[in-house]
Design a protein around this ligand. Structure first.
Ligand SMILES: Cc1cc2nc3c(=O)[nH]c(=O)nc-3n(C[C@H](O)[C@H](O)[C@H](O)COP(=O)(O)O)c2cc1C
Length: 376
């Protein structure tokens, strides 16, 4: 299997939107600048392993409002030895720009080398994962484990920043994504963010939960505000439980954070970024019609077909893409009202063609209803 990103499809570093000067320059409107990378909006699609893949990132970008989207967390060893699965996860293209690549690992791992590889393969920003609570990652080599020793973590981050600066001439910012701490007795995020800023990290994303919480309880935006207060000038991106267009402006006002990252809600409502950007600009965030939502699902199927690696099973080459949509249709369905027959037909469709046929039928019916309403 394995996906290699054709040279021509990799966004060139020269084409990256770069802000004049260095440091974090506030830009009028709702754009956000991280180091020398200017983002159109301060809205980030969260990395969600297994879900925020290349087709989904492109879908969210096409719908509008996304400032930056990142790959899933990538293992530095797997990148450097060319593991097929990791190269698939790292795949990007022009339609997925600007793309961040997220790396995980600890002091012994070749993170600086992997970061340089990522830049050569399309990354416009390198993010270090300091928040993954999953045992496979956090028990031995990275993720949330990095929250337990801020001194060692800062030294590791400094090595990555130096390598990236040398490799990309200061054009690619290095950022970190943290949780508040390992547990509520050890809230390290403000101190860690301050130390990271001092060694050249250009932005910190804070998921407002502790590692021991996993995803339980509500995200603590008061604690995110403490991180904002602790840093000198870099943007803090707040993350946790944003699910409505008006949440972002309210959270930014309350906490002082300069950007917002949206994760699980985007899986149901990929149009949330466009709605949120409209709300941040002071406009109206209208809800897409059922017809528009059906077209989003249809587009997602096209993108899955175009950008999901072909499986080795020649009788069922798009198996992975089909399985993805079997899983995702119920999330979309939650936003569509009474569409049980649609969900059922997609969930049992054997291939992408059958899914398209079901959607086309629903789209035609909705279009006819729409025309009828306009006439009457
Ligand atoms: C299934 C799953 C996988 C995730 N994978 C990653 C990951 O690869 N890297 C990362 O930094 N965070 C990961 N996260 C955390 C999200 O990026 C985000 O911080 C979290 O979901 C909180 O944001 P939300 O409330 O908007 O979903 C994952 C979360 C979930 C639920």
């Amino acid at each position: 299997m394995g996906v290699s990103v054709p040279e021509a499809n990799r966004p060139s570093l020269d084409a990256a939107p770069v802000a004049a000067g260095t440091g974090c320059t506030p830009v009028p409107g709702i754009s956000l600048t991280i180091g020398r990378l200017r983002l159109e909006t301060p809205l980030f699609l969260a990395p969600i392993a297994g879900h925020c893949d290349l087709p989904f990132r492109i879908l969210c970008r096409e719908l509008g409002g996304v400032g930056l989207a990142s790959t899933d967390l990538l293992n530095s060893h797997a990148i450097l030895r060319g593991s097929a699965r990791t190269l698939e996860l790292a795949a990007t293209c022009d339609a997925d720009s600007p793309c961040g690549m997220q790396l995980y690992g600890c002091g012994e791992d070749p993170l600086p080398e992997a970061a340089c590889w990522a830049i050569d393969h399309g990354a416009r920003l390198i993010d270090i994962n300091m928040g993954c609570p999953v045992d496979k990652v956090a028990k031995k080599n990275g993720g949330s484990l990095l929250l337990r020793d801020c001194g060692a973590t800062t030294l590791l981050a400094e090595r990555i920043v130096r390598a990236v600066d040398r490799h990309a001439g200061g054009r690619v910012p290095v950022t970190a994504k943290v949780r508040l701490g390992w547990d509520p007795e050890h809230m390290v995020a403000p101190d860690l963010a301050r130390r990271l800023e001092a060694i050249g990290i250009q932005a910190v994303t804070v998921h407002g939960r502790y590692t021991t919480q996993l995803f339980r309880g509500a995200a603590d935006w008061g604690a995110i505000a403490q991180v904002v207060a602790a840093v000198h000038a870099i943007p803090v991106i707040g993350n946790g439980d944003i699910s409505e267009p008006e949440h972002a402006a309210a959270r930014m006002r309350e906490s002082g954070c300069r950007g917002i990252m949206i994760g699980r809600a985007a899986l149901r409502t990929p149009w949330l970024f466009a709605q949120t950007a409209a709300a941040l600009r002071g406009g109206l965030a209208s809800e897409p019609s059922l017809l528009e939502k059906l077209n989003v699902v249809l587009r997602h199927i096209d993108l899955l077909e175009q950008h999901t690696p072909i499986g080795s099973d020649s009788t069922h080459p798009h198996r992975h893409a089909v399985e993805q949509m079997h899983k995702r249709i119920s999330w979309y369905g939650h936003t569509m009202g009474h569409v049980k027959p649609l969900k059922e037909s997609i969930r049992t469709a054997p291939d992408l063609g059958a899914m398209r046929a079901v959607l086309q039928e629903w789209i035609e019916r909705q279009s006819a209803d729409h025309k009828q309403q306009q006439r009457s």
